[in-house]
Structures are given as structure tokens and as C-alpha cells.
Design a protein around this ligand. Structure first.
Ligand SMILES: Cc1ncc(COP(=O)(O)O)c(C=O)c1O
Length: 452
């Protein structure tokens, strides 16, 4: 089941596997309602501008956002790239964005070849999202010939699950307008900010010149995104879309599914009226608490549907974590846990159990072994125990072992050498016994003074 992908049945997340998949919200599968919506869609040509389903959906989204116009495109990436390109006019120009932004890392370098722009990737000072203080510090306003002026600021909201509040966006937009700089919001998951009560779509849209919205994230459509802005901007986007082959003919099919996704999981107005996404926030918060209750640390506060686990402090690699997920019957992809509307309760329970197993220390076994062993006189048993403890914990994660026996060790000032044998625990897939030799460094020398 969960660890392999299912057969892809319409409308059944258990069968498609998305109910157990925490890797992203893009893996959600279309509903039966979307299939029915296709059957009602008009099938006219959108490049000729003749498809009624598409046009009425574009008008609906523009109205929800309080903007003049909107244009449907196939993906969020296309929406972002076209928005930014349309905001830029005469090079040289640069785009200022969060150093972790999707437009920088996951859009195949489109900013370089589609916009020919320099990118100013900045690390937000507050560790969460871009603020005006970051922009004022880094934007290039100079018209000196050797400089490349900032002409667009691109902001992701939500930013990795965290919400950039309206008052910050207001300040940014005001400042940008004063300096003739365009503002783009990558609102792939703006739905979540609205659901969290941070503002309406219209309020968020009022603080940018181009807004992109995705229907295949959060809402569950299989494809489709929208660029929303002024008439003039959308006219430019339509031409640019055509120039990169993004003019699709019978888009009514795509528009019908996307519109159904909005209706099903958000509602027809500017504010969430369905409560579907709110449930994902509750689940994410519950999972965040489960992780911290088990002793883990979070990299970001949980505000919407994402939980960011501090894997380093938990001492586990991404690969081992992902493997462990498969053994528990769920799919995860490292430190970002993404909750979506198709995740089921059983998947939450599996993940919570996995957190417990991962973070619960097995000190008792270790100290028993240490006390039974012949320690060299000048070493503290407790330090050795804790060193061995962390080593064994790491090994246990690697092998998913409960029983771990240390048969030999030699301790020096800097290292602790052991040989060990163990066997996979009851949830382990292989059940095989294993053995080997490990070295653990004594990490915190200050401990020596404290525990003696
Ligand atoms: C913040 C953000 N923007 C844009 C995109 C691109 O969307 P798409 O996969 O539809 O191209 C993604 C994809 O995950 C995203 O996370």
C-alpha cells in the first residue's frame, strides 16, 4: 500500500497512495467531482480566446482577487516565469528574491534564459521570510553604469509554510512603488494564508502587481495555475505564454478541474468557506507537537500545512528517515513534512509512531553495558555511557534495531571505539542480524569536568 504508488483510481486517495504521502501537496489526486466537471466543460480554442469555461474561470479568479484580469497556464512554474518576465522591461535588470525561493531552485534556471535577469538571492534576516528591511538592505537602486538595478521583487507566500503578514507586504509594496519596482507574489499556497485568517485573497493581491496562484497545490487539481494582474500585464503574459508554447487549445478541461478544486477545497469567495484546508493546519500542528513532545526540534514554527523537522539535531540522515518512512508504510522526503487534504488519520498515526521510535533514547541498555565493562580508571562512566548512547541511537536508527549489544570498547580522550552486534527489531523488514565496528568521538569535552 502506502510506500508504493497505487493504481491511480479517480477520487480514492487510499488507492492512489496520496493518503499516505507526506512528500508534497502536489501529489494529491483529482476527485470524482473534477471528472464530472470535465464533462460539463466547453471545448473551444483558448488560443483564439473562444473557450467559455476558461474565460469565466479566469474572470472568477480575477474577481476573487480584486484584479482586472487573469490568465490560465498549465503550471505554477510557467505562471511564475511569465509573471516575472512580464514585469520586466529593458535589461539590465535584477530580481530580488528569498535565497530559498522556488523560482531560484526549482524552475530550471528560467529566470536566466527567459528573463535574462540577474538574481539577487537574499537570506531573510528573521530566518523565515523576506521583509522590507531585507529589501532596503539589498535592493540596487543606483543607475550607475556598472550596477544592475532591482526591477522586480518576488515574494513567496506562504514562505515554506510561514505567512508573510499583510502589514509587511503593504510596506514592501509602498516602498517598491516609490522606486518603480514591480512586486510579484508567488502565491502557489496563498490559499493557506487565507485559511489561517491572515487576510483575504483581495487583500494579498492588492500588495503586488502580479500574483500567481496554483490549483495543483493545496487544492488538488492535476494541473493549472493562474496569473492575476492588470489588463495590460495579462495581455503581455498571454503573448509571452504563446512564445514559449504555453498556448493550450481546449483548456476548458483544465479550467473545469481547477474550478472544481477551488470549489471543493476552498470555496467560491475570497475567503475559505470549506474548512478543508483548515484541517490540514490542525494536523500539521498536531504532528509538530508530536515531534517536539518526543524530544525533536522544529526548524520553523508550524503556521499552515508544513512541518519542518530538525533532522541534524535528531541525528538522522534524510536517506535513513525516508527508508524508515517506507517501513512504516508512509512516504516522506526529509525534513519537510507536507500535510494535504488527502492525508488520512492512519497516515498521521504511522508518522507519529515513527517520530516516537526515532527519538526515544535507549539509555538503559547502554548504561548497563557500560557499568558491566572494565572502564579505564580515569574515564567517567557517564561520559562514556552518553557517548555510546548517542552512537547506539544513531546505529539503531540506521538499522531500526531495538536490541543492541556492545561487546568491546576502548576509550581514549577523543574517541570511543566499540564493536557491536544487534538484530533488527520486530518492525524491521529484514530481521537479519548484523555486526560491525564503530568509532564515536567524545563531542563535549566539558562534560568531563561536570560529571566527575
Ligand atoms: C512555492 C512554489 N511555487 C511554484 C511552484 C511550481 O508549481 P508547478 O509544480 O505547478 O510548476 C511550486 C511547486 O511545488 C512551489 O512550491
Amino acid at each position: 500500500m502506502a510506500s508504493k504508488k497505487g493504481n491511480g483510481h479517480w477520487g480514492n486517495p487510499i488507492q492512489t497512495g496520496s493518503a499516505f504521502d507526506f512528500r508534497s501537496d502536489v501529489i494529491t489526486t483529482p476527485s470524482l467531482g473534477m471528472l464530472e466537471a470535465i464533462q460539463q466543460a466547453t471545448l473551444n480554442d483558448d488560443v483564439y480566446g473562444e473557450d467559455q469555461t476558461t474565460r469565466s474561470f479566469e474572470n472568477q479568479i480575477a474577481a476573487m482577487c480584486g484584479k482586472e484580469a487573469a490568465v490560465l497556464v498549465v503550471s505554477g512554474t510557467m505562471a511564475n516565469q511569465l509573471s516575472i518576465r512580464a514585469l520586466l522591461h529593458q535589461p539590465p535588470y535584477s530580481i530580488l528574491a528569498d535565497s530559498q525561493a522556488h523560482i531560484i531552485h526549482f524552475e530550471a534556471g528560467g529566470l536566466a534564459h527567459l528573463s535574462g535577469a540577474m538574481v539577487q538571492a537574499i537570506r531573510p534576516m528573521n530566518g523565515l521570510y523576506i521583509t522590507l528591511a531585507d529589501i532596503e538592505k539589498h535592493a540596487i537602486l543606483s543607475d550607475q553604469p556598472e550596477r544592475c538595478p532591482t526591477k522586480t521583487i518576488s515574494i513567496e507566500n506562504t514562505a515554506h509554510g510561514n505567512i508573510i503578514p499583510l502589514n509587511e507586504l503593504h510596506k514592501i509594496k509602498y516602498w517598491a512603488a516609490k522606486h518603480g519596482i514591480g512586486v510579484h507574489i508567488d502565491g502557489a499556497r496563498l490559499w493557506h494564508a487565507v485559511v489561517a485568517g491572515a487576510g483575504t485573497l483581495e487583500q494579498f493581491a492588492s500588495y503586488c502587481d502580479a500574483l500567481t496562484l496554483s490549483f495543483n497545490k493545496a487544492l488538488g487539481a492535476p494541473m493549472g495555475a493562474m496569473v492575476v494582474g492588470s489588463q495590460d500585464l495579462i495581455k503581455r503574459v498571454r503573448r509571452l505564454r504563446q512564445s514559449i508554447g504555453g498556448g493550450v487549445r481546449q483548456t476548458g478541461i483544465m479550467a473545469a478541474m481547477a474550478r472544481q478544486a477551488v470549489l471543493d477545497n476552498f470555496g467560491a469567495k475570497q475567503v475559505d468557506s470549506r474548512g478543508e484546508l483548515e484541517k490540514t493546519h490542525d494536523m500539521a500542528k498536531m504532528l509538530g507537537r508530536a515531534w517536539t513532545d518526543a524530544g525533536g526540534r522544529l526548524l520553523r514554527p508550524v503556521e499552515t500545512n508544513m512541518v519542518w523537522l530538525d533532522m541534524k539535531s535528531a541525528g538522522i540522515s534524510i536517506e535513513a528517515f525516508n527508508e524508515m518512512g517506507k517501513r512504516h508504510g508512509i512516504l516522506v522526503n526529509g525534513k519537510r513534512i507536507m500535510v494535504h487534504h488527502q492525508i488520512c488519520e492512519a497516515a498521521n498515526q504511522k508518522l507519529t509512531r515513527m517520530f516516537d521510535e526515532l527519538l526515544t533514547p535507549i539509555q538503559a541498555t547502554v548504561s548497563g553495558i557500560v557499568l558491566n565493562s572494565a572502564l579505564s580508571k580515569n574515564k567517567s562512566a557517564i561520559v562514556i555511557a552518553s557517548t555510546l548512547g548517542s552512537l547506539v541511537r544513531r546505529k539503531r536508527r540506521l538499522f531500526n534495531a531495538r536490541e543492541f549489544k556492545i561487546s568491546f570498547f576502548r576509550a581514549t580522550d577523543k574517541a570511543c571505539e566499540i564493536s557491536y552486534t544487534g538484530c533488527a527489531n520486530k518492525t524491521g523488514a529484514s530481521g537479519r542480524a548484523y555486526q560491525g565496528t564503530g568509532r564515536a568521538r567524545v563531542m563535549d569535552m566539558r562534560c568531563w569536568g561536570r560529571v566527575k
